[in-house]
Design a protein around this ligand. Sequence first.
Ligand SMILES: [Zn+2]
Length: 827
Amino acid sequence: MPYFRLSAIALCLISGIASADAIRQTKGDYYDAFRQLDVDLPTPNVYRTASGAPGSQYWQQRADYKISVTLDEANRRVSASETITYTNNAPEPLRYLWLQLDQNRFKKGSLEMGSETAMDAAGRSTWKNSGGDVLTYNTIARYQEHQDVDYGYTIEKVADSRGRDLPYTIVDTMMRVDLPRPLRSGQDVTFSVDWSFNVLNEPRIGSRGGYEHFPENDTYIYFLAQWFPRMAAYTDYAGWQHKAFIGRGEFTLEFGDYEVDITVPADHIVSASGELQNESAVLTAEQRRRLDRARSSDTPVFIVTPEEAAQNESNKSFETRTWRFKAENVRDFAWSSSRKFIWDAMIHRQDDDEMPEVLAMSFYPNEAEPIWSKYSTHAVAHTMEVYSRFSFAYPYPTSQSVNTWKSGGMEYPMITFNGYRPDPIAEEDRDKYVEDAPDRTYSRRVKYGLIGVIIHEVGHNYFPMIVNSDERQWTWMDEGLNSFLDYVAALEWEEEYPAYRPDVNVLDNIVDYMVSEDQVPVMTNSDSVLQLGPNAYSKPTAALTVLRETVMGRELFDFAFREYAQRWMFKRPTPSDFFRTLEDASGIDLDWFWRGWFYSTDHVDVSIEDVREYKISTTNPDIESELDRQEHADEVPETLAQIRNREEGRQTYLQRHPELADFYNENDRFTPSNKDRNDHTSLIDELEDWEYQALVRAVEEDDFIYFVDFENIGGLPTPLPLLITNADGSEELMMIPAEIWRRDYKAVTKLLIRDQAITSLELDPRHETADADFQNNFFPRRIEKSRIELYKSKSTTRDLMHDMLIKLRERKASDGETLRQVPLGNN
Ligand SMILES: [Zn+2]
C-alpha cells in the first residue's frame, strides 16, 4: 500500500502479561505461556479443519466481469459499464448482493472523512513530540482539492440481464443490490452496473490510484485501482465482508475471469491486469516485433524506447483506441495509461507445465530513468523466482511493474504500481556541477527503495492476490507474510541489502517497536492498529524469521510454509488456518509462539542474572574439610582491625602467654572429627550400588557444574542461543529450546555439566531472537565501549541590530513569470 495514515483508537488491553487471557490459571501469578491455543481459535468445522486445511465442504463464491471503460482525459473522468455474473456456491440462498464502492471513500461526508481526526489529517500516528496542534501543507491542499472536485461514484444504473432496473442501496463504500428472487445455492445471476467518477488527483488526495500531473510538460499518468464496483466477499467465516472501507484495511474479493475494454487517447500506452488481446489494433508493427523479441529474451527489451516516449509526450491525440485485456482466475483488475510510458519486457522461465513462461514488464516515464530500465523488470523476475520456491509456480501469463508515483507501492493481480524516481538536476543549477554531470542522480535509499517496493508489490501477487486472505480484517496476513518473503528475496538480491535501514537485520530493527507503548497485538483489526508498518509488516517478518532460522529450522519451516501456500492457493485462509497449518506440517508445537508473537505485546529480553560453579563433593571429611577451609579463606578476608593490630606490632595476650594455648588453638572449626569420618562411612555404605558408582565416576571425572539463572524481562518465551567460552579459549554455541520457559515464564535456572571451566557466557550472539537489550546478555557483564564528542554550546540569541545589516535578497522574475507573493489576508 502507498502510505500509512494512522487512526488512533482506545485499546482495551489490560496491562500485564497474564491478562492476555481472561481465565487465571492459579491463585498466584503463575502463567502458562505454553497452554493450548485452541481455546482462542475458532472451532474447526466442515469448511476449515483442525489441521488448518480447507475442509471437505469448503466453498467460495465466484464473480466474472465484463467491463468497458473510457478515459476522458480532458475532464480526467472515467465512465464505464460492467456485467457481473455472480455464482452462489454457499450452501444457503442469498436475497441480496453487496458490492464495494471504494471510490466513495473520497465522497463528501464519507465515514472515513467524517471520522478523520486532526492527527489522522496530519498523517501522524501520535501527537507525541509534535509540540502541539499540527496543520500540514498536505492537509490544507487536500481540503482545497475536495472543495474543487466532487469525488466518489456516480452510479447511473443497476439492471438485471434484461436491462430492468434492480433496486439498490448505497451504504458509504458499500452497495446492496436486491434480487427479485433469492439466488439459490449453485445458481448464478447476471446483472450490470453503469457508473462514472472523477479520477483522483492522487498526490493531493492520497489514495491507491488516480492521476499524477507533470506540470513541466502538462502530461499525465493515470493509474486506475479499486475503480469498478466489485463484489464484496461472502464467506463461511464472516458472511458478507461489508465493513466500510475507511482507508487502511484494504480488501478481499472473489476470484473470477475478466474481459476489460479500455478506451484511451490513441497515443497512450496501457498496462493492465491480464494479457493484451488485440496487439495488432493498438501496437505498431515495430512494437509487435520488439514484443516478440522480448518473449524470448532473458534481459529487458524496449517495446517503447525512452526517446519514443519523450516524442509521445509532445503529442496530444484526440483520437481514441480501445485496448482489450483478458485476465483469468484473478480477484481484481487494475490498469494504467499514459503517453509518457517507456515499456520494456523480458521472459521469466519457471519449472511449471501450466505456465512455463511469464512475461515480466515495466512501464515508466522518462522521469524515472535511468534506474527503472536498469532494475524494474529484473526485480519483477527475481520476485517470482524467490516467491515461487516458497509457495507455488506463478500462475499468470504476465507480471508488471508500473511507475505511478514518487514513492510507495500498491498491488493488483499481474500489475503493481511502484514508486521511487531519481532526483533531477535543475537546469538553473547546472553551473554548480561538474561538466559531465548526468541529468539525474539517485540516492541509496531511492535505489534500494525501488528494488524493495517492486519485490514487495509483485510479491503481493502470491499474498493476498492468490492466497486470498482478508485484509479488511487482518493486514498482517498478507502484508506480514509478504514482507517476510520480500526480506528473504532482498537478501537473495545481493548481500548486505539494506532491507531494514540502515541495517540488514529485521530483528534488531523491530526492537524499538516491541518495547514501545504503542505496540498492539499483531492480531488486531487493520483499521485499529497503531503504527501499521511495524505492527503488520516488520513484526510478522521478524516473527517468521525467528521461526525459520531459530525455532523450526529452514527445512521444517519451508516445508510448512509451502504447505500453507499450496493448501490456500486460490482459496481464503484465516489466521487460524495459518497457525494450524504451520504446526500441522512441521510437527512443532507453536501455540506459545503464536500467543507470544501474534496475540501479546510482550517482547524478547532475557538476562543472564547469575552463574554459580560447583565441583562434586567427595563427602570425605578429610578431603572436603581442607577445601571448606580454603573456600572460607577466599570468601572472608582477614578482619582489617586484626591486620592493623599486627602492623602496629601489637602482640596478643596469647602470643605473650603461649602456655595458654590448648586443643582449640590447634584445631579450627573445619578440622574433621572421627564422628564426621564415621558419618561419611555410613553414608557411603547406605548408598545403592548405582548411586555409589555414580559418585565414584563423578569424583573421578571431576566435572564443572554450573547453575545459570535466566530472567525473562520481556515476557515473550524465546529459545536461548548461548555462546559458551571455555577456559581453553574455545567457543561453543548451545541452543536451549523455548520450552525451557514452560513452567515458569519469568525465571529459570539451567544446569550445565562441563568437562572444563566456563569463563564467560553470551546470549544470542548472532542477534537471532529480537532481544531488546544486549547489555544483560553477557556474564560477566561487559563495559560498553564507544567514543564521545566534546559538546560545544551555540548561542542562538537574536541580534536585531546585526540582522538588520544583512543585504536584502534580490528577487527577479524570468520572462512570463510573476514573483510569488502571499496576499496580506483579512486580519
Ligand atoms: Zn504490501
